[in-house]
Design a protein around this ligand. Sequence first.
Ligand SMILES: C[S@@+](CC[C@H](N)C(=O)[O-])C[C@H]1O[C@@H](n2cnc3c(N)ncnc32)[C@H](O)[C@@H]1O
Length: 290
Amino acid sequence: MNAGHKIKIIKEDCLKWLNNCSEECVHLTFVDPPFRQGKNYKFFDDNQPEERYWNGVADVLSGVYEITDDGGALYFMQREKNIENVLRLIRDAGWVFQNLIIWKKKTSAVPSDIRYSKQYQIIAFATKGKRPRVFNKLRIDPPLPPEYKYERNNGLYLTDVWDDIRELTSGYFAGDEAIRNADGDRVHKQQSPVALLLRIILSSTLPGDVVLDPFAGTGTTAVVANQLGRNPISVEIDPEYARLIERRISNPRPADDVLKFYEYYRYTNNLKEIWHARKVPILAVQGRLF
Ligand SMILES: C[S@@+](CC[C@H](N)C(=O)[O-])C[C@H]1O[C@@H](n2cnc3c(N)ncnc32)[C@H](O)[C@@H]1O
């Protein structure tokens, strides 16, 4: 592990942990719970009645609020059809809503006979209090759209529509980054991309800050936070996934290396301050974690 900052991986129900962690002070939390869409989780009933599900999520958002520093950030990811519940829940828990981020999927959408097909996921960004304690204005450098006549000199500011991050949740598209078992199957069907967490952590934290993920899964949040010199706390109820997070952090894989994205953000004014210079040694070969 790296000297200078702390990594906590907690094998527990996040609600239980949140009830007993009043000593923590968190600066950013990424909440990516199971979406109640009948997936197969060993320690979570993904078919539970709607009311029970939302009450549980509400308790997590309130618990996180309690341990968040003033101005600290929440990023709550959900399916677009749950927008009403998402906005209600964050408000009821005391958070101040800042943005609804549209994460536009790169894979093709499933057609519907009665409505437009769906091609995005929502991420509600909220803060404790009206003003964020940290908000770094990131600049990105995506390829020039065909209708543009002139090259850009210095990229452009990031907006609330994120269409440049590829999801890992569909087979072929998942590429190298998806963690696979010996048969080549993805070990966690909901693994978030490193690029997504990189953007969130860079936008809303500084080196040394504490970054919480109460539904940690494969630990993408911790893997990115660790490389950027933040202090990650991962809470995961499934002990097998919790062990996977430990292995993913102690055996860094090339596919998890955030440095490959540095150029993309190079026009960000304070990039050197927020992109912690310490480099985690990455294994030369793509290691098997599972
Ligand atoms: C959608 S996945 C998160 C994926 C994660 N963002 C990643 O990059 O891998 C949700 C995770 O929450 C875990 N989980 C479900 N209920 C939980 C609870 N009460 N406390 C902690 N973890 C829980 C599940 O086991 C699952 O791994």
